[in-house]
Write a protein that binds this ligand. Structure first.
Ligand code: FAD
Length: 435
């Protein structure tokens, strides 16, 4: 009997786990059946239409940090070298070789690919390993006995997916906006939709809310439009550059020793290298462009007045709370990434069960502090893998693309229980099995 691991979202994390499972299966090593539930398509968030990019912006990390990286498998004791060799078949370089692009990529100096090429790579891996992808948006996460029960919706109707374990991926909703419906306020998705359609943005005073990589990509795009000033609002003291030297990078690729650091040291390392920092490449452009300035604070609310959007900002000066109001012609709300987005989906039963294992109400801090070695919430059965919240306890590379090969080892190495998979499609006249 094989256990089933359902994954919400068919992005790089799901592809990495599916590929490792396929390689293990090829070696005769028992491994769970991996089923990704995807509302759009494999790698959707790396393509225009996914709401996070126009597809033309370049990957921040090197493409060699692919679905098998760092090729130091541990999921097949005494046969890990064989497992690594099998995973190399799904590497970025193997993809380029098989699609006739390898020599050109090397000759051009191994450039970081645009997001759409990264999406092509992920889709190629998904095809190679015969990844199972169920089409549908997960609208509720419930429990059924000792299994997860996912309710999904798609153009073909509703379905329910039952699984022994669940992994949640993805950054949340790019459609979020501080003032929905106002044409002077764009969500991340609306911004990229306009960029992909080559619509030129013309505005005097533009503000981008958010200081992370999402906002950085937006800034990078804005440089090419007709804007007079661009203000970046983030809670940090200033716009920090991500540390990208060997020692910083090694923290992401190799979390050995991470759990030996104190929580304060781990938070400090994440703040310096990951959260709300811009890559050196974006910082170079920022420094060169005198239209950019930074405002420190958190946006409390925004109102439309006199053909402007007035943004109220909360910050502090010398420890005293400070409220200031600033007017802009165009607001781009780049704060949509939310590692806790899925918490809205839990049914009351599921929530009760999780809160019991957390020992209190479900908060971001409690969830992060509960994550165990296998990247799942400790003391919770069925397993709930939350790689996007694993940075603090397990290593800063797990939420992003920095060590997808380690991520898949840890998830597939967990004890999931042994039950057959089942998927049922809901229709108005009852439930019917679809396979
Ligand atoms: C613009 C941008 C650039 C980034 N660049 C880098 C980089 O260069 N290097 C790096 O290490 N990290 C980068 N990151 C951060 C992070 O590594 C990526 O977000 C990465 O894609 C995360 O992979 P994932 O598998 O978790 O999710 P995603 O690739 O985001 O995939 C999530 C999938 O879930 C689907 N989905 C969402 N909700 C539902 C639902 N309810 N039901 C079913 N499906 C759903 C989406 O359609 C999507 O396909 C970047 C992030 C962004 C936004």
């Amino acid at each position: 009997m094989t256990a089933t691991l359902a994954i919400i979202g068919a992005g790089p994390k799901a592809v990495a786990v599916a590929a490792k499972a396929a390689a293990l299966r090829g070696m005769g090593v028992p491994t769970p059946e991996v089923v990704a539930v995807e509302r759009t398509s494999v790698a959707a968030n790396w393509l225009p239409g996914g709401g996070w990019t126009d597809g033309n912006h370049r990957l921040g990390t090197g493409p060699e940090k692919d679905i098998g990286f760092p090729y130091r498998s541990s999921a097949a004791p005494r046969r890990n070298a064989d497992l690594d060799a099998r995973m190399m078949r799904y590497s970025w370089q193997s993809h380029l070789v098989s699609t006739g692009q390898f020599a050109e990529w090397v000759d051009r100096g191994r450039p970081a690919p645009p997001h759409r090429k990264w999406a092509q790579y992920l889709r190629w891996v998904a095809d190679q390993v015969g990844m199972t992808v169920l089409s549908g948006e997960v609208t509720e996460i419930g429990v059924d006995g000792d299994r997860w029960a996912l309710a999904t919706e798609s153009e073909h109707g509703g379905a329910s997916v039952s699984a022994d374990a669940l992994m949640v991926t993805g950054p949340g909703q790019s459609e979020r906006s501080i003032l929905p419906g106002n044409p002077r306020v764009l969500s991340i998705a609306q911004f990229w939709h306009r960029a992909a359609a080559h619509e030129r943005i013309c505005a005097e005073r533009v503000v981008v809310i958010g200081g992370g990589e999402t906002a950085a990509a937006i800034l990078n795009e804005l440089f090419g439009h007709r804007v007079s000033t661009i203000t970046v609002i983030s809670p940090q003291v200033t716009l920090f550059t991500r540390g990208e030297g060997y020692f910083e990078n090694a923290l992401f690729s190799d979390p050995t020793g991470w759990s030996g650091l104190t929580p304060a040291e781990r938070r400090d390392a994440i703040a310096r290298t990951d959260r709300g920092v811009f890559s050196a490449r974006v910082q170079d452009s920022l420094l060169a462009d005198d239209r950019i300035r930074h405002l420190r604070g958190r946006v409390a609310h925004a109102v439309a007045r006199d053909e402007q959007i007035r943004v109220t900002l909360h910050s502090d000066r010398a420890g005293e709370p400070l409220e200031t109001v600033h007017g802009f012609d165009l607001v781009i709300d780049g704060s949509g990434a939310d590692a806790l987005w899925f918490t809205q989906l839990f049914s009351q039963d599921a929530l009760d069960m999780i809160e019991l294992s957390l020992g209190g109400p479900m908060t971001g801090d409690r969830l992060q502090e509960s994550i165990g070695y296998d990247l799942a919430v400790a003391q919770l059965a069925p397993k709930l893998f939350l790689p996007n919240l694993s940075g603090l306890n397990q290593g800063p590379g797990f939420p992003n693309l920095s060590c997808l090969g380690l991520l898949s080892d840890r998830v597939l190495g967990a004890d999931l229980g042994q039950r057959p998979p089942s998927v049922n499609r809901r229709r108005s006249h009852g439930r019917q099995p679809i396979r």
